[in-house]
Design a protein around this ligand. Structure first.
Ligand SMILES: *[C@@H]1O[C@H](CO)[C@@H](O)[C@H](O)[C@H]1NC(C)=O
Ligand SMILES: *[C@@H]1O[C@H](CO)[C@@H](O)[C@H](O)[C@H]1NC(C)=O
Ligand SMILES: *[C@@H]1O[C@H](CO)[C@@H](O)[C@H](O)[C@H]1NC(C)=O
Ligand SMILES: *[C@@H]1O[C@H](CO)[C@@H](O)[C@H](O)[C@H]1NC(C)=O
Ligand SMILES: *[C@@H]1O[C@H](CO)[C@@H](O)[C@H](O)[C@H]1NC(C)=O
Ligand SMILES: *[C@@H]1O[C@H](CO)[C@@H](O)[C@H](O)[C@H]1NC(C)=O
Ligand SMILES: *[C@@H]1O[C@H](CO)[C@@H](O)[C@H](O)[C@H]1NC(C)=O
Ligand SMILES: *[C@@H]1O[C@H](CO)[C@@H](O)[C@H](O)[C@H]1NC(C)=O
Length: 345
């Protein structure tokens, strides 16, 4: 075993390595054995710009592990959450980079791995793009937060065929909510309520681009949201080009898509919101303001969002505000939570 230890020490003489083929923003300086705690500074690993962080954030009376964007001083926007449907962890938890991956430990509870690796971890990096990457000893990426989106993709990130965004349950809790946006293997991007099958009658929005397989949903550094099929961008969702779905546009500029974000740039974020609508935001990092640019579906009638009102209730719109009404003979299970299922009286 001794030679192995020696090799490891040589590899990390200063505990710092540059990832292969990358610029300085890819400093892989989170080394094996590095750990963070929920209530002891630093509670997160920051990207070089300080804008993105991977670590513990406070929610639901405890802590979750995730990635967030600091949108202004003291204001963070969570863009990814690990094990989002688990109970929050307590102050005695610890997150550690081990050879087997990111390990979350808690007193008197079972240890949990946040990541699933094929090859042993060596270093990790929180990039200025917002991607958290775990590298093996050859600096090949073994795990990326970008590959496992929850409710959000940001500039430079894609949602691959067979994957979906799932909305959060509320504005203050990031566990799985009521809606999903699925990048289907048949090429169609479709919005459904959760716990439904992928059939047209369950859908409340679709890109109608089926028949073009191996498509991914992409958000680029200029805020374009588009569907992509191998070498050609096939549909720019941010323009109202109804004919784009079946044409193959020449987009050699796509090859230049990179994660170069500077402090003077805007960062774009597409989030499947609590209400089932995908919204595209631009975050201006100079003024620390943000703006909604685009939404899917674009409608003032929230009742088109199937599944908004639960079983035994129906949806009505009043002054562009949504109201879930009980069918005759039913009462709300929880009168405070509009949109939940109703019970028979
Ligand atoms: C990694 O390096 C960057 C840039 O020097 C720094 O901002 C960040 O805090 C470092 N992260 C860790 C975990 O040391
Ligand atoms: C914007 O936020 C950053 C990071 O929190 C902060 O350093 C900067 O001073 C803020 N700028 C303005 C104009 O508020
Ligand atoms: C925090 O950010 C949100 C979303 O961009 C914004 O609505 C809110 O006003 C901000 N709060 C503060 C204190 O800046
Ligand atoms: C979807 O199904 C899961 C598993 O049965 C359940 O825990 C969850 O509450 C359901 N979600 C909704 C919104 O009904
Ligand atoms: C791209 O997709 C088309 C149509 O599905 C297919 O014919 C072509 O072989 C693909 N090209 C590459 C490079 O995968
Ligand atoms: C997509 O359409 C928008 C609005 O027309 C346009 O500003 C943007 O440049 C287009 N993006 C690409 C990549 O073609
Ligand atoms: C796409 O554009 C590039 C650069 O303008 C050009 O070299 C290439 O031949 C074009 N491809 C097609 C299929 O038109
Ligand atoms: C990305 O950033 C590097 C270093 O700042 C720069 O040399 C390169 O030109 C940038 N690439 C693009 C496409 O902007």
């Amino acid at each position: 075993m001794a030679p192995v230890m020696f090799y490891v020490l040589l590899l990390f003489p200063f505990g710092l390595q540059l990832a292969r083929g990358a610029d300085e923003s890819r400093v892989a300086n989170i080394t094996l054995g590095s750990s963070i705690l929920p209530a002891t500074n630093p509670t997160a690993w920051f990207s070089p710009s300080g804008r993105f962080a991977f670590g513990f954030y406070s929610e639901d009376g405890g802590f979750y592990v995730g990635v967030w964007l600091q949108t202004s001083p003291g204001n963070n926007t969570v863009i990814w959450t690990a094990n989002r449907d688990d109970a929050p962890v307590s102050e005695d938890a610890m997150l550690k980079l081990t050879e087997q991956g990111l390990l979350l430990t808690q007193k008197d509870k079972e240890d949990r791995f946040i990541t699933n690796l094929q090859v042993g971890a060596s270093t990790a990096s929180m990039l200025d793009s917002g991607n958290f990457i775990i590298y093996d000893a050859n600096f090949e990426s073994q795990w990326e937060s970008f590959s496992n989106p929850t409710d959000t993709i940001i500039s430079g990130q894609t949602l691959q065929a067979g994957h979906e965004l799932i909305s959060s349950i509320s504005e203050t809790s990031h566990s799985s909510g009521r809606f999903r946006l699925r990048m289907q293997g048949d090429g169609n991007l479709v919005s459904y309520p959760v716990n439904t099958t992928d059939t047209a009658e369950n859908a409340y929005w679709a890109s109608s681009s089926d028949g073009l397989p191996f498509i991914s949903l992409n958000l680029d550094n200029h805020g374009s949201l588009y569907l992509f099929q191998n070498e050609s961008r096939i549909c720019n969702l941010t323009s109202n080009n109804q004919n784009c779905y079946h044409s193959s546009t020449n987009t050699s500029d796509l090859a230049n898509t990179n994660n170069n974000l500077s402090m003077t740039d805007l960062i774009y974020r597409a989030t499947l919101n609590v209400d089932g609508i995908l919204q595209l935001y631009a975050h201006d990092l100079e003024s620390n303001t943000s703006k909604v640019l685009f939404e899917i579906p674009e409608t003032n009638d929230k009742c088109v969002i199937k599944g908004t009102c639960g079983f035994n209730s129906y949806c009505t719109s009043m002054d562009e505000k949504l109201v879930c009404m009980c069918f005759p003979g039913f009462v709300y299970i929880d009168a405070n939570k509009n949109g939940l299922d109703a019970n028979r009286i």
